[in-house]
Ligand binder design. Structure first.
Ligand code: NAD
Length: 245
């Protein structure tokens, strides 16, 4: 029970990595508050509190922060992929990607950090975890201009928050997965001109020869939210099947 006694809130917990993280954190004894924009996707999360939350809605974020009380762990998982080069991206796509993927995490952090500082003063620590990607400042990928830009910014936000609050017991890290088999990845494969080839291409990116499952990613998430990572802050940790070897 590596998260016993901890309250952890997760965004985008309706499916994919966020949902698997909610289940993994609850299995480790945390009180989990699973949030997502889509209420239907939150169904079936047994023993887990659920709330509808769109991370682009600043007022809703403030309301939920007032309602849930102080957190020990915040996992900012929400993010979307914009597919295309710099020649394809519209101003609207660009603004939306930044608003959801970066500003959403800043809004969540700004709303929950005061409570987390109180909690850290009591217990010695609280942990913020931001979902970045190997496609970021770490490595460039074709057709990921807006996405890679936002995930690079997530790493910058992570380091800035870590630097500002390290002396008050707040740790802030980013996780950078490789290609993970989730509903949105399946959607990207299905919408490709040649879905069979698209799947082969996604698999070929990993020298380990396969896609990650969500269960390849959740152990790092539990670790970073737990006290086992108590001497780790400001880091971007890769779980990528060897892509960046
Ligand atoms: P997904 O994309 O399949 O699901 C995303 C979830 O986010 C959905 O439940 C959706 O309802 C929710 N969501 C969308 N917009 C939202 C908003 N404005 N507010 C709150 N929730 C919202 O899940 P995934 O593929 O596991 O991706 C989750 C995160 O992991 C994203 O930040 C993504 O960039 C990142 N990531 C994914 C991969 C991958 O290969 N799947 C790799 C690296 C990083």
């Amino acid at each position: 029970m590596r998260l016993r006694g901890k309250t952890v809130l997760i965004t985008a917990a309706g499916q994919g990595i966020g949902r698997a993280s909610a289940i993994a954190c609850a299995a480790e004894g945390a009180r989990v508050i699973a949030t997502d924009r889509d209420a239907a996707l939150l169904e079936g999360l047994e023993g887990i509190e659920t709330r509808v939350l769109d991370v682009t809605d600043a007022a809703a974020i403030q309301a939920i922060a007032a309602e849930t009380g102080p957190l020990d762990g915040l996992f900012n998982c929400a993010g979307i992929v914009h597919d295309g080069t710099v020649l394809d991206v519209t101003d609207a796509d660009w603004a939306f990607a930044l608003d959801l993927n970066v500003t959403g995490m800043m809004r969540m952090t700004r709303a929950f950090l005061p409570g987390m500082l109180d909690r850290a003063a009591e217990t010695g620590s609280a942990s913020i975890l931001n979902m970045a990607s190997m496609a970021s400042s770490i490595k460039g990928f074709a057709n990921r201009t807006a996405y890679g830009t936002t995930k690079a910014a997530v790493i910058g936000l992570t380091k800035a928050v870590a630097a500002d609050f390290v002396k008050q017991g707040i740790r802030c890290n980013a996780i950078c997965p490789g290609t993970v088999d989730t509903p949105s990845l399946r959607g990207r494969i299905a919408s490709a001109v040649d879905p069979v080839q698209a799947e082969k291409n996604f698999i070929a990116r990993q020298p380990m020869g396969r896609l990650a499952t969500v269960d390849d990613i959740t152990p790092m998430i539990v670790y970073l939210l737990s006290d086992e990572s108590r001497f780790v802050s400001g880091q971007a940790l890769l779980v990528d099947g060897g892509v960046t070897i």
